[in-house]
Design a protein around this ligand. Structure first.
Ligand SMILES: [Zn+2]
Length: 462
């Protein structure tokens, strides 16, 4: 019998309202007991992991990652992506369908499931495309995708422009009980913008991607969610207006939700002008960095690791995202982990692909910007990585209830470390946060009772 006893940790399980120092027993891949019963029920010779001083919570879920299979394995594979996930403390991920070819039919879903079965250290869930080839025109076979096991549909990376097509997609998705996730971008307003439209794009001479390009589609989604009754989840929100719209719609009971990524609530568009401009304008106080600190991270202007879609926005937008997370308007945290090869990013800003990696840094950034900065309590923060995404996608995850799958994350909210290229398991290194100092780190990642990753200093305890 596979068994593991985690002793002396702070068990934090928002799904069941638990926050206490307790032992946790895992037997045969399931949570078997919690508290005093755990040691009593443990079989002779049980493997032990001493986790006193650490937080033990349900395995973290990232519902927005790009593992690039099939078709773009130079950037990432399911194996390397999931290796990055476990280092970040994640036990489940949801892969986006904008692969090559797109995941818009049951055969491609099966292919990803097979690859995950063979190569992934984490639970890999799949989001199917809304339209064929993610072209925004003809609907994919949504029922067939559901039968193949997708947990949601989205055209992420793209956005359906026709309101009529989106309406029909929501009607079909609703019949099959699938949430629809949307990358909110109005093409007519955004055109070929590469960074936030505001002060800095004017200074830098780069074409602007205005906030209203996102807000317009968030408003559209709210209206269509109300019309159809289908749940719409707005992906990677970046703009203050989006948060306002969402807050108001949720108060009226519209089936709508949203997610935020750490880069959007940490950085701003000033970062595209280089580190000097960033630290002297919007960087003050983020992640515990003092403006006068001697070891502030340094980068040049026009650095393509600060190019993502939607773009980094103004300090006011960043404050609105933080406020939305604090008051519960935004219920879910995710990375939008989007690996790209060095040669693709080592070009002029205009020509670089959008996107950054994030799985290995999102827990630390969230702890610093939300918990250490006192916007959120630890339980509320963990809920946004566990039970909230599990509820949205109806996954039997995100809980430490007895009998549940033993997906468990152990982390140290106070652990100090530096994110270095040599420590990354991702195939790509397009992160704006290389060399940054953090406070808060995953220490062990357990999937179905198996310890798939453990931080060096804790490794002796396994
Ligand atoms: Zn997207």
């Amino acid at each position: 019998m596979n068994s593991l006893l985690l002793t002396g940790g702070r068990v934090l399980d928002p799904a069941n309202g638990r926050d206490e120092i307790a032992d946790l027993l895992i037997l045969d891949g399931k949570i078997a007991a919690l508290g005093p019963q755990a040691a009593k029920d443990a079989p002779a010779g049980v493997k032990q992991l001493k986790v006193a001083g650490l937080v033990v919570c349900p395995g973290l879920i990232d519902l927005h990652v790009h593992f690039r299979e099939p078709g773009q394995t130079a950037k990432e594979t399911i194996a390397t992506g999931s290796a990055a996930a476990v280092r970040g403390g994640f036990t489940s991920v949801v892969c986006m369908p904008n692969t090559s070819p797109a995941i818009d039919n049951s055969a491609t879903v099966a292919l990803v499931h097979d690859r995950a079965e063979a190569a992934a250290a984490v639970n890999v869930f799949v989001a199917g495309a809304i339209t064929k080839g993610i072209a925004g025109e003809e609907l994919a076979q949504i029922g067939s995708l559901k039968n193949a096991g997708v947990v949601a549909i989205t055209d992420d990376g793209h956005c359906i422009q026709s309101n009529e097509t989106m309406r029909r997609a929501l009607e079909y998705a609703n019949m099959f009980g699938l949430p629809v996730m949307d990358h909110c971008q109005d093409y007519a307003l955004v055109t070929d913008g590469v960074m936030h439209e505001g002060y800095w794009n004017t200074v830098l001479g780069l074409r602007g991607w205005p906030s209203v390009g996102e807000e317009m589609i968030v408003a559209r989604n709210i209206l269509l969610a109300a019309q159809t009754g289908c749940h719409v989840h707005c992906q990677h929100l970046s703009a203050a207006g989006s948060v306002r719209l969402l807050r108001e719609a949720k108060q009226r009971g519209v089936p709508i939700s949203g997610e935020a990524c750490p880069h959007h609530f940490t950085l701003t568009d000033a970062a595209v002008a280089g580190s000097e401009k960033f630290w002297s304008n919007d960087g003050k106080g983020i992640c515990g960095y003092d403006r006068m600190s001697a070891n502030l991270p340094v980068w040049p202007s026009y650095h393509t690791h600060f190019k993502m879609n939607p773009p980094l926005r103004s300090a006011a937008d960043r404050a609105a995202i933080l406020e939305g997370l604090a008051d519960g308007t935004i219920e879910i945290l995710c990375s939008d982990h989007a690996p790209h090869c060095n040669y693709e990013k080592e070009v002029e800003f205009d020509f670089a692909p959008f996107g950054i990696t994030g799985l290995e840094t999102e827990l630390a950034l969230s702890l610093m910007q939300l918990y250490h900065a006192k916007h959120l309590g630890l339980a509320e923060l963990i809920a946004k990585f566990t039970i909230n995404p599990a509820k949205l996608l109806k996954l039997p995850k995100g809980t430490l209830a007895v009998g549940a799958d033993a997906d468990v994350t152990v982390f140290d909210p106070g652990r100090e470390w530096v994110f270095e290229a040599k420590d990354s398991a991702s195939k790509s290194l397009n992160s704006p946060f290389l060399g940054w100092s953090w406070k808060g780190r995953a220490m062990a990642t357990i999937v179905a009772g198996r310890t798939v990753w453990v931080e060096q200093t804790l490794a002796g305890g396994v």
